[in-house]
Design a protein around this ligand. Structure first.
Ligand code: NI
Length: 184
């Protein structure tokens, strides 16, 4: 088990386009995914993309399962998604608060497609195809953006809704802030 350091905004590695995985089921891929889960759990995140730990591969993980930090969040199945592709099911967008382990202490409101279909592969190369909406769809769009070098602040359309979480959500205690703004 290895908790890896999460790169922070400003690191040029977060701006790279990640490369597709060509070989499934390998020891290296398995160990990358294990490290990603260890890291996501250590940072109490809802998702993580491989570029955030400095690995430029198209691998994301996510999952929210009755996490006390996200009581308002819909459940999101714990998923390894490799070489993901997203198609938009409807052009309707929803605005919601996001945060990112690479942008610690900040939150911003981002418009995301409300309903998507995503496909990709698991560790062994089995195909995954799902419909998602709400928070689940938001997490997938946020994580997949990392694979194209996009951090959520670049998606904020109204910068008045970008700030420090402790200032934006003073009504919550230090450990409660993410309840108002669940993501990563
Ligand atoms: Ni992120």
């Amino acid at each position: 088990m290895t908790v890896r350091r999460v790169l922070r905004m400003g690191d040029p590695r977060l701006l790279q386009i990640a490369q597709p995985v060509r070989e499934f089921g390998s020891k290296d891929l398995k160990s990358l995914i294990e490290d990603m889960f260890d890291t996501m759990e250590d940072y109490d995140g809802a998702g993580l993309a491989a570029p955030q730990i400095g690995v430029p591969k198209r691998v994301v993980i996510f999952g929210v399962d009755n996490n006390p930090r996200y009581p308002e969040a819909d459940q999101v199945p714990t998923t390894v998604l490799i070489n993901p592709e997203i198609t938009v099911s409807s052009l309707k967008k929803e605005s919601g608060w996001e945060g990112c382990l690479s942008v610690p202490g900040m939150r911003g409101r981002v418009d995301r497609y409300a309903q998507i279909r995503y496909r990709g592969y698991d560790l062994q190369g089995n195909e995954i195809e799902r419909e998602a909406n709400g928070f689940h769809a938001r997490v997938v769009q946020h994580e997949c953006d990392h694979l194209d070098g996009i951090l959520y602040p670049a998606r904020i359309s109204d910068m008045r809704y970008f700030g420090f979480e402790e200032v934006l959500f003073p009504e919550f205690g230090e450990n409660e802030q993410t309840k108002a703004a669940p993501l990563e």
